[in-house]
Design a protein. Structure first.
Lengths: 251, 494
């Protein structure tokens, strides 16, 4: 009960099917304020679907999703989306806008005064360690890592209460990926950011997540710390998943 | 009080200006798409202008129906016509109708008819003299025994009530070897042997020039086609009097001579001059419009036609493309409609629009047809440009919390701009080309010299329209390449 009082996002009986295939079976789940929760599991386990349901890129078939206590409805979604940041693997940057304009898009749409935008932009550059000199470049002129930093800046521009990250580092090479993981961890702790991160990499989950939600075939299998999963696996699948990931890490 | 005074002062001035504008409105003269009709219209224009009344000649406005509709709808004031055509095609009465009865029936449409100008320009079938002599063909009836001969007939002749079908029936002619061909091109085909027989008018200058023989109408099938002017009954009486002064002044020999003069000099006004010089009424000298002036007029009109229609295509096409990009049955219907329009041959589309109330013989009709043609490339490119936007980009725009309208204006349309501009460019180039057909309904443009050149079988005149039209198309293409650089965001051109 105390947990749900403190929950920023709360799913009750939420389900989603594509045609006849269930992407998410009816699920109850809370995400606490100020914490980084990692959704992990094999491809097609429903972790991305869950994120897309929260930002309402998908409509749930059944159940309710609450944000800050209020149910998300088509009427309030545009306003709520501005309180949620969303970063995806590909970055989803707008190719016709410079890095700078990508980041400032929503602020200028909401008619922020120019000095306020400039201050925030400088803050974000420092936070994500993005060189201010590269702000004039178009997405196609940026490296993969730089693109993800811009995508993160864009998501953080309006200081969202919640940050959703869908495999944000999935397409990066290992060195860039490690650097960004480190930066992300720092950013999360500095901002006390409530974040939900989707990944299929257990090491990344363990490094960034205070709590891990392991999913399989549209269901939550187990929730806890990496230690909980390792020492008290809820099922054979949990230990198999952990073992498999370890052996990959070793080879 | 002050306002009252002002209105009192301005009122008469406005009325005066309006009356002046009404007076200055030129008398519009139409003509059909062949030399003789052009020449007769030019003669009428010259005769009326000699009295100081402003006239304008809309040359080569397609066939009988188009001109008759234009006259009925008061879009033109007069045009030259033939008695046979009036009875057969317009009034659909037996050819035995008297001139008085004809006038009575025409009056119901507010149309009057002058007396006969003199000559009889009936339909005739013609052959090369050598071929006719070789096969001993002298009369139309003789064709019965020669099913191997190829007939090239104008489309109007093929469809007329006094045209090919009843003729073939009356003479029991073979009907397997027939092609439809333009009148001017038909002479070319006859000369080089692609066809053996064609329909002609008995006063055609080409009959003498090309050494052709007119096959005798031994069963007297063809009605008499005496030339007259049809005019609006509300034409000022002094103008009607001028037209009537031309009655009985033109016999066959004289008309063939004028037709030959027009085709020889490639100048209808020159032929009209000849009428006045040797004739009775007046002694006007030729003041042919200088070429540079004509070219400017054609080009400006051409740009006006293509430009206005393109503007409309863009205005309507982009929203339709946006609607179509959302898929579903609405998208199917929109793309289906735009595609279907483009399969209608342009000439047929013009013909379909002409009888509609708002359109008729006008620049409006030409613009409407061009607008419809221009739609598909813009609609399709807008739709595909929007559909091709990557899913992550689309979802990012949604997830940021942009409202649907802001997504469209700030994200989707700019990203699709290259594709949309490409569609507009295609439409523009198509429109420049298709606008040449506007001349068929008297809407002018660079099609005017092309049509009259086709008619005179004069390549130089054709090129006077074709070269500027091609140049315009290239210019438009080049202009759009420049526009691409201005309008397509730099980030998309990397």
């Amino acid at each position: 009960m105390t947990l749900s009082m403190n929950a920023l996002v709360q799913l009750t009986g939420v389900s989603k099917t594509y045609g006849s295939a269930a992407a998410l079976h009816p699920t109850d789940l809370d995400f606490a304020r100020g914490k980084t929760t990692v959704l992990i599991g094999p491809s097609g386990c429903g972790k991305s679907t869950l994120l897309r349901l929260i930002i309402r890129l998908l409509d749930p078939d059944a159940g309710t999703i609450r944000f800050g206590g209020a149910p998300i409805t088509p009427a309030n979604i545009s306003e709520l989306r501005r309180r949620i940041g969303y970063v995806i693997q590909d970055g989803g940057l707008f190719p016709h806008l410079t890095a700078r304009k990508n980041v400032l898009l929503m602020a200028s749409h909401l008619k922020w005064p120019a000095p306020k935008m400039e201050t925030r932009l400088a803050e974000l550059c420092a936070l994500t360690r993005f060189p201010e000199t590269a702000l004039g470049r178009f997405p196609l002129e940026l490296s993969g890592g730089q693109r993800q930093r811009i995508s993160l800046m864009r998501a953080l521009m309006l200081s969202p209460e919640l940050l959703l990250l869908d495999e944000p580092l999935g397409a990066l090479d290992p060195l860039v990926r490690a650097a960004l993981q480190k930066d992300l961890k720092e950013i999360f702790s500095r901002l006390r950011q409530t974040a939900i991160l989707v990944t299929h990499d257990l090491a990344e989950a363990a490094y960034l997540g205070e709590e891990i939600v392991l999913m399989s075939e549209g269901r939550v299998v187990q929730r806890g710390t990496l230690d909980d999963l390792r020492t008290k696996p809820a099922s054979g699948f949990v230990s198999d998943f952990i073992t498999a990931q370890k052996s990959i890490a070793l080879t | 009080m002050k306002t009252m005074n002002r209105i009192g002062l301005i009122g008469p001035i406005v009325i005066g200006l309006l009356a002046h504008a009404a007076n200055a409105e030129p008398i519009l003269i139409g003509s059909k798409k062949f030399t003789e009709s052009y020449v007769l219209a030019e003669i009428a224009k010259r005769a009326i202008e000699n009295t100081g009344v402003v006239t304008e000649h809309r040359p080569g406005m397609g066939g009988t129906i188009i001109l008759w509709q234009a006259l009925r709808g008061e879009q033109i004031a007069l045009y030259p016509e033939y008695t046979g055509t009036i009875s057969e095609e317009i009034l659909k009465t037996p050819p035995s109708i008297s001139a008085g009865e004809m006038r009575e029936q025409l009056a119901k449409f507010g149309v009057g008819m002058t007396g006969e100008l003199g000559f009889n320009n009936t339909y005739a079938l013609v052959m090369r003299r050598t071929a006719a002599e070789q096969k001993a063909i002298r009369t139309i009836g003789d064709l019965r025994n020669h099913p191997e001969l190829k007939l090239g007939l104008t489309h109007e002749f093929l469809d007329r009530r006094d045209g090919w079908r009843p003729l073939a029936e009356k003479y029991q002619l073979p009907t397997q070897n027939i092609v439809g061909i333009d009148h001017g091109l038909g002479y070319e085909a006859l000369r080089n042997g692609s066809i053996d027989v064609k329909d002609a008018y008995s006063t055609d200058a080409k009959i003498g020039e090309n050494d052709l023989v007119v096959l005798e109408d031994d069963l007297q099938f063809f009605p008499r086609y005496k030339a007259v002017f049809l005019y609006r009954l509300n034409l000022p009486p002094e103008v009607v009097a001028i037209l009537r002064r031309m009655e009985g002044t033109l016999d066959e020999k004289r008309m063939i001579q004028l037709n030959a003069e027009a085709e020889r000099t490639k100048n209808y006004a020159r032929a009209a001059d000849l009428y006045f010089r040797d004739g009775s009424s007046s002694s006007a000298t030729s003041i042919g419009e200088p070429f540079g002036h004509k070219l400017r007029r054609w080009t400006l009109r051409h740009l006006q036609l293509a430009g206005l229609s393109l503007f409309l295509s863009v205005l309507i096409g982009i929203p339709l493309g946006i609607a179509a990009s959302r898929g579903g049955w609405v998208g199917q219907v929109i793309l289906g409609f735009a595609g279907a329009v483009q399969t209608i041959p342009s000439l047929a589309l013009l013909a379909l629009l002409v009888p509609l109330p708002f359109f008729g013989i006008s620049v409006r009709t030409a613009i409407a047809a061009l607008f419809l043609y221009g739609l598909l490339p813009i609609v399709r490119n807008t739709a595909t440009g929007l559909q091709d936007i990557a899913q992550p980009v689309r979802e990012s725009a949604i997830a940021l919390g942009l409202e649907p309208a802001a997504r469209l204006w700030k994200i989707y349309l700019p990203i699709a701009s290259r594709s949309i501009l490409g569609g507009i460019k295609t439409s523009a180039v198509i429109n420049i080309g298709t606008a040449t057909l506007a001349a068929l309904i008297g809407a002018g443009g660079l099609g005017e010299p092309i049509l009259s050149g086709l008619n005179l079988n004069d390549h130089v005149t054709i090129l006077q329209g074709a070269i500027p039209a091609a140049a315009l198309a290239l210019l438009v293409q080049w202009g759009f390449d420049l526009l691409d650089r201005l309008l397509i965001p730099k980030g998309l051109r990397l």
